[in-house]
Design a protein around this ligand. Structure first.
Ligand code: MG
Ligand code: MG
Length: 255
């Protein structure tokens, strides 16, 4: 069942979502070669707690940390580690969730470490563009499949591929609510969108083939061909006339 949120609830989800963006921006300040992913996780968790919220990923289904930090061929759900050092040319997806006053924000951003190759920069650009094209579809009267189609179409037009096994989701009261929001689909199919629905849309885009496999921790998918994968995520409320973006990359991108 897809929960509908009141405008008051949406404003509270917005506060939590904006805190996630500020947390990602704070963590982003420390991204450079030689830093461990465990250190970044500590920065993120402290920032969340200092702002009166709790990190919802920590303990969720047994996940050990406040942030998911996924490097290069890791798609999502990477475990922060004291043994994993960032290197020049890496791309690092940082995914963060907060519970602020009982409302959940969930957003992710793929950062670059130093300088990356032009094709990697293009992967990030196209993934982010696809996210915003999906968000534009979050208008009453459209259907769920319109979101996935918009994302997939843009990604594939640019020669990249969309991961199938993991999706976006409803969000706000719980971290993962109905419906699953696939990053692929057919236009005009699926449930009708209504104002008050709140979604976390999160394209996971591979430079090479769409195929993934899981590493030994049972959590982290990596690309089968070893090529990089990018991930951006925003929270958005379906609007009557236009989508209402709840999270923000503004703080991250002004650095
Ligand atoms: Mg997330
Ligand atoms: Mg999510």
């Amino acid at each position: 069942m897809i929960l509908l949120k009141s405008q008051e609830e949406i404003e509270l989800i917005r506060k939590s979502s904006l805190l996630v963006g500020r947390t990602l921006a704070e963590v982003g300040k420390y991204i450079k070669p030689g830093v461990t992913t465990a250190f970044l996780d500590r920065i993120g968790e402290q920032f969340i707690r200092d702002n009166g919220a709790t990190p919802v990923f920590k303990g969720y289904g047994g996940f050990p940390s406040a942030l998911c930090i996924s490097i290069n061929d890791e798609v999502v759900h990477g475990f922060p580690s004291v043994e994993r050092f960032l290197e020049e040319g890496d791309i690092v997806s940082i995914d963060c969730g907060t519970d602020l006053n009982g409302f959940i924000g969930d957003s992710a951003y793929t950062f670059i470490v130093g300088e990356v190759k032009p094709e990697v920069a293009k992967l990030l650009k196209v993934t982010k563009e696809a996210l915003y094209l999906g968000i534009e579809k979050c208008v009453e009267g459209n259907r769920l499949g319109d979101i996935g189609y918009a994302i997939q179409n843009h990604v594939e037009k640019n020669g990249f591929s969309v991961v199938r096994e993991m999706c976006g989701h409803g969000v706000g009261i719980k971290l993962h609510e109905d419906p699953n929001i696939c990053n692929y689909g057919r236009p005009g199919t699926g449930p009708l969108l209504k104002a008050g629905m709140v979604f976390a849309i999160e394209p996971m885009v591979n430079m090479g083939s769409k195929n993934i496999k899981f590493i030994n921790d049972g959590w982290t998918p990596i690309t089968k061909d070893g090529k990089p994968s990018a991930h951006f995520e925003h929270d958005v409320a379906v609007g009557k006339e236009k989508a209402d973006l709840l999270s923000s990359f503004e703080e991250i991108e002004k650095q």
